[in-house]
Design a protein around this ligand. Structure first.
Ligand code: ADP
Ligand code: ASP
Ligand code: MG
Length: 434
């Protein structure tokens, strides 16, 4: 018994029948004696539809020249998806004889900065949630949205309802944040890409953070950051069944240090992920002198554009020039292009190239800290499939390789099975029982 937060993703609230199923689940938890806060996403496909409309209007100027839609207005539009689903769920709970109250980002309130379309949460004043709970109601919170100090509606980035859920769970002191989605847990890789993927029973925040950051979109990365910071246990599970899902918890609770689960130490790679949302940008023949790279990435940072992989060699020609290559999110490209055009002259570069058909495949595992040769094995596995590596980046517990997008699925399967994560008898992931 206690206070629990349940978050339902787009597929889980994708139809009237499914919204009723969510209502029944929330009421069942309440009947067991819990106080229940539900965070909802927009109905499946709705956010894409809304942003598509914004795009169409922006491209439809009488002059024929499209404009980049204003980010503030995009957030006003995108936030309506969650406004609708939260009220629909409240109505479904009423229809079943329960009490419920919908609460929007500005009503809670979820205070954010003003970085439209990817705002960060600054704080949550959850009094409205506490009042609804004290009234015996299910508090139904619209995910994904917040409000800045000037009262503007903001959104938290795609997949941001996960972050809303963990933030609310931390603010109200919930004992667990249940993330209900269309898969029944976190798998060794995306089960929709690799049929031999296996469910992980427990995973540490740290590994989940890396997996999320390299494309495992089952949880938005910032939700994991917050869960780690405030020690909120996350239970990722299916809204279509009652089977236990995956617990995302601290390293101890994830079983890494317990004597009974000592065999986990031998797991080097926990998961494989793939991200096709990146684009590669190359600034050709740039002067190799102090301050040039600072200039390039400083200008991008001022536009709030995040850069992922970066490659710069020492000067490659006699004139002391080299190429600077990096990756950004494809969605940011319309804002990246003008910055790069302006930079061409400033850093006296000789050209610009963009490649949107790239994929980043990554392996993640705490065991990499203490095992040498993991990256080498990854390169071998990719080479054996004839896959060329265009860029590499690493962290203590992750290796990422950029390759041609057409090889993405092949690369994931080769790495997943090559590191023994598949369903084959004796696969090491068996011992993830923690
Ligand atoms: P929701 O709409 O419920 O937020 P998402 O589509 O954002 O759901 O996330 C669930 C999806 O994440 C799954 O359908 C699956 O394709 C994808 N996914 C990617 N990597 C993994 C993984 N390692 N384990 C489970 N699901 C994954
Ligand atoms: N509806 C938003 C999206 O599609 C937020 C979410 O679903 O978490 O990105
Ligand atoms: Mg999601």
């Amino acid at each position: 018994m206690g206070l629990i937060v349940q978050k339902y993703g787009g597929t889980s609230v994708g139809s009237v029948e499914r919204i009723h199923r969510v209502a029944a689940r929330a009421l069942a938890a309440q009947a067991e004696g819990h106080q229940v806060v539900v965070i909802v996403s927009a109905m499946a496909g709705e956010t894409n539809r809304l942003l598509g409309l914004a795009e169409q209007v922006s491209q439809g100027a009488p002059s024929g020249a499209g404009i980049i839609p204003d980010q503030r207005e995009l957030d006003v539009i995108a936030a309506t998806g969650e406004q609708v689903s939260s009220a629909l769920l409240a109505l479904a709970i009423h229809a079943r004889g329960g009490r419920a109250k919908s609460l929007l980002g500005h009503q809670l309130k979820i205070r954010t900065d003003s970085a439209y379309t990817k705002a960060r949460i600054l704080g949550i004043e959850a009094d409205a949630v506490r009042r609804a709970l004290a009234d015996g109601a299910v508090a139904v919170v619209a995910g994904f949205q917040g409000v800045d100090d000037d009262g503007n509606i903001t959104t938290l980035g795609r997949g941001g309802s996960d972050t809303s859920a963990v933030a609310v769970a931390a603010a109200v002191g919930a004992s667990v944040c249940e993330i209900y989605t269309d898969v029944d847990g976190v798998y060794t890789t995306d089960p929709n890409v690799c049929p031999s993927a296996r469910k992980i029973e427990r995973i540490s925040y740290e590994e989940m953070l890396e997996l999320a950051s390299v494309g495992a979109k089952v949880l938005q990365i910032r939700s994991v950051e917050l869960a780690m910071k405030y020690s909120v246990p996350i239970h990722v599970r299916s809204s279509f069944s009652d089977v236990p899902g995956t617990w995302v918890t601290g390293e101890d609770r994830a079983g890494r240090t317990g004597a009974a689960t000592g065999s986990l130490e031998s797991i080097v790679v926990t998961g494989v992920a793939c991200d096709k949302n990146d684009a590669r940008v190359m600034l050709v023949s740039v002067e190799d002198r102090p301050g040039v790279v600072a200039r390039i990435f400083g200008d991008l940072a001022r536009e709030n554009i995040s850069v992922d992989m970066i490659i710069q060699n020492a000067a490659v020609d006699a004139a002391g020039r080299t190429d600077v290559t990096f990756t950004v999110n494809k969605d940011d490209l319309p804002r990246v292009r003008p910055v790069m055009e302006a930079l061409l002259e400033k850093v006296s570069a000789q050209g610009l190239r963009y490649d949107e058909s790239v994929a980043k495949v990554s392996i993640v595992g705490l065991g990499m800290r203490s095992h040498a040769g993991v990256a080498a094995r990854m390169f071998e596995l990719l080479a054996a499939e004839g896959i060329n590596i265009q860029a590499i980046s690493t962290s203590e517990i992750k290796v990422s390789c950029l390759c041609d997008a057409k090889y993405a699925e092949l690369a994931v399967r080769a790495l997943h099975d090559g590191f023994g994560l598949g369903n084959a008898p004796g696969a090491k992931v068996e011992s993830h029982g923690g």
